[in-house]
Design a protein around this ligand. Structure first.
Ligand SMILES: Nc1nc2c(ncn2[C@@H]2O[C@H](COP(=O)(O)OP(=O)(O)OP(=O)(O)O)[C@@H](O)[C@H]2O)c(=O)[nH]1
Ligand SMILES: [Mg+2]
Ligand SMILES: [Zn+2]
Length: 351
């Protein structure tokens, strides 16, 4: 393997992407990975180093999901100044865009592992963690729950125990994000060629984790002298970072509310224990309220299932279904609109 191929592999390249290219593609184009997305351009890394490429108007005629996002693999022309296409994604993380009821926002592409970052304090919330886990399961991304600020609380183990009650195979790490010694297990996930995304609320220590793991001051973190006023985000845009020891870490702005869309299978997987119980109910359409022989209510009465989990499942499933439907309606309208525009252009060309 020559030197240049090695560097693509360091950026996360592999057979999944290689097999999408024809021999001609390989001659004509340069594969590159998106490290940052600006309003009208991209920062990319490739065999030759870094390039900044502006996005032509045609990209803005596409929906957000089809435009390149951080973590994407794209093909550039050999002059490295024009984007040809976005390669099919190995994984994609998305949510309903903040402040919209039908628009998708992409949170990262081609990610292997999600560090779901939460703090051992009032920020910790099981229902929130269930949302992030559903998102990871839906995308086929390995979730690792990283509980920060262990040094500031004296019952860290109780937070771990709470998380473990959600599902028995969860990976949970209790850390002080400022201290590399406490990050040994977390660091083991950051292997060469692997891409890790940091997700969680503002102020939980995502950028601090990145800085400590990399051993460099890559990202600004909140100054401790500042007051902890709510709603102030220190990180304001997504960016991918190649660590000198190998591995890629995507830092993100804090998420206030993670609204899921197009993530039904992830939600079902998160709550598959409740689904398994529901299979045992006498009625196949049991609402688990006052029906006779309801296995779900029986599990709540016996203490095997927490009432909170059932409520959380209902809320999340309902919300996800509603959001998915609104997004689908938007897609339908968008396709109809694009078709009209296309027909109009074709007619003009014929005339
Ligand atoms: N003592 C202690 N402080 C921490 C820990 N993790 C983060 N902090 C502090 O918490 C504050 C916020 O950390 P950031 O890394 O900026 O949080 P963030 O998640 O990147 O926040 P946004 O960029 O706004 O989303 C900083 O002052 C960090 O030093 C930890 O494990 N222990
Ligand atoms: Mg940050
Ligand atoms: Zn039931």
């Amino acid at each position: 393997m020559n030197e240049s191929i090695t560097s693509l592999v360091q950026l996360g390249w592999g057979p999944f992407f290689q097999q999408q290219l024809t021999l001609e593609d390989l001659e004509v184009y340069q594969p590159a990975r998106v490290f940052e997305v600006q309003r009208t351009g991209l920062t990319l890394l490739h065999e030759g180093g870094e390039s900044i490429v502006s996005l032509g108007g045609r990209w803005f005629q596409l929906e957000a999901e089809q435009r390149p996002t951080v973590g994407d693999w794209v093909l550039l022309n050999r002059a490295l100044n024009s984007l040809e296409r976005v390669l099919e994604r190995k994984s994609i993380l998305k949510r309903l865009a903040a402040g919209s009821d039908n628009e998708i926002q992409l949170l990262g592409a081609n990610v292997d592992t999600m560090f779901l970052v939460s703090s051992c304090n009032d920020e910790f919330n099981l229902s929130r963690i269930e949302r992030y886990l559903s998102l990871a399961y839906d995308a086929g991304v390995q979730p690792v729950i990283v509980l920060t600020k262990a040094d500031l609380c004296d019952d860290g183990e109780s937070y771990i125990a709470e998380v473990r009650r959600l599902k028995n195979d969860l990976v949970v790490e209790l850390v002080n994000a400022l201290d590399m010694d406490s990050l040994r297990h977390v660091a083991a996930w950051v292997q060469p060629g692997q891409t890790i995304v940091l997700l969680g609320s503002s102020g939980v220590g995502k950028s601090t984790l990145l800085n400590t793991l990399s051993g460099e001051h890559l990202q600004l973190t909140k100054d401790i002298r500042e007051d902890d006023s709510r709603g102030r985000h220190t990180t304001t845009h997504r960016s991918l970072h190649l660590l000198s020891q190998g591995g890629l870490v995507l830092d993100s702005p804090g998420i206030r509310e993670l609204s899921l869309a197009e993530a039904q299978s992830g939600v079902l997987h998160m709550f598959d224990d409740i689904e398994a119980l529901a299979d045992e109910c006498r009625f196949s359409d049991c609402a688990h309220e006052s029906e006779p022989d309801c296995a779900v209510r029986a599990a709540i009465l016996s203490g095997d299932l927490e009432e909170r989990r059932l409520a959380s499942y209902r809320k999340l499933a309902r919300e996800e279904a509603r959001n998915t439907e609104s997004v689908a309606e938007r897609h339908t309208r968008f396709r109809a609109f694009s078709k009209t525009v296309r027909q109009h252009v074709e007619k003009k060309q014929r005339d």
